[in-house]
Design a binder for this molecule. Sequence first.
Ligand SMILES: Cc1cc2nc3c(=O)[nH]c(=O)nc-3n(C[C@H](O)[C@H](O)[C@H](O)COP(=O)(O)OP(=O)(O)OC[C@H]3O[C@@H](n4cnc5c(N)ncnc54)[C@H](O)[C@@H]3O)c2cc1C
Length: 399
Amino acid sequence: MDLRYSSAAERFRREIRRWLEESVPARWRQPSFWIDRDGSEESLELRRRWEKDRFDNGFAGVDWPVEFGGRGADHEIRAVHDEEMARARAPIGPFLGLTYLGTALLGPTLLRYGSDVQKRTILPRILSGEAIWCQGFSEPESGSDLAGLSTTARRDGDVLVVSGQKTWTSLARHADAMFALVRTDPKAERRRGITFLLIDLTLPGVHVRPIRQMSGSHEFGEEFFDEVRVPVDGNVVGRIDDGWAVARYLLSVERNASPISQYVEFSHELDDVIAAARRTRKDGRPAIEHPQVRTRIARCRADLELLRVRGYDAMTRMARGQDLGAEASVTKLLWSRTRLAIADLGADVLGADGRLSPDGGHFGHLRWRHLHVRGQRIAGGTAQIQRTIIARDLLDLPR
Ligand SMILES: Cc1cc2nc3c(=O)[nH]c(=O)nc-3n(C[C@H](O)[C@H](O)[C@H](O)COP(=O)(O)OP(=O)(O)OC[C@H]3O[C@@H](n4cnc5c(N)ncnc54)[C@H](O)[C@@H]3O)c2cc1C
């Protein structure tokens, strides 16, 4: 087995690294930079400009077809892109990346299920950051039980009239549009009668309300739809009443996420914890000398390596055109568990004083992360749901 990248991929690495050195200022790489500006206009504006610059320089959608604004590169170049973005601590991923939900979830789904017109009109605007997308799957009474959703879309001539509520929507504060699941046939069996619909959030009848998380962040939101008239033409992905298959595909993409960039990103988070452990005392000696701390660091490191290998495996399968399907649930469990273990270790290294003080002392980012990453076990489907999928679809265990 040869795990080295091709020379073309290494050439691309040098090219993107040069651009990242210029476009990601050193202060952005400080662990607290974005946390200190969480929710501010400054943060939004900096990230918006950066996304545009990234697009103009050809580093958005590197593996998307050129005709839709991408670079048409192969999976290896995409992997190098993910690694380098994370290495530079660029503002990407579900928390900082303004285009994340469009590029990571909607884009691949449209490339598979979208019409030619949808691909031509929507994909380039995702990459340039002109349209910021959010995901409207969860509702107050349906999260794990997604097929139980009750937001309806009634057909009225050439529009669908949407009524209901979505919640726990990441990026809701900044989004211009939402890809949503709506019930178009209330009489059909639960998984039929659901449509994958694109909704312009500026339409009359849409109300967005922010939700504050325990970390203090409030990019989350809930949306209320009061008879919102969405044209059928151009906004239904796949066929009416047949959105479940589209949603399942999107969820498997979401659960796999990007293990290669997560490996680098979470490694930085572990490095931050190690730095804190060197400077903090526990039981009368530096925390880094404590056997339990050392054991936990080693366990996190081992899980990170596992994540890296899964990343290569996923990359190979996708390059062969295979779907990840239920396998993505294993990756989701692994990355959420590893990130939580790193954050918990950080909180334990800080100790009670660091955890309780409003800014967490010198290592406020560890305190913030400890609170913020709790949600990772839930987002994209809870750990219990992933275990059920693994037991049922991969292990074929009796129910
Ligand atoms: C950080 C974050 C970001 C999110 N972003 C988005 C977003 O952008 N868009 C979006 O649509 N949603 C988003 N969500 C919502 C997320 O998808 C749901 O919270 C999740 O699917 C769980 O649904 P729920 O909150 O309704 O919990 P419930 O489904 O009510 O679950 C409550 C508890 O019961 C357990 N449970 C439920 N059913 C079963 C079962 N059959 N077997 C065993 N245990 C079960 C669950 O594991 C959980 O512990 C986000 C959530 C978080 C935390």
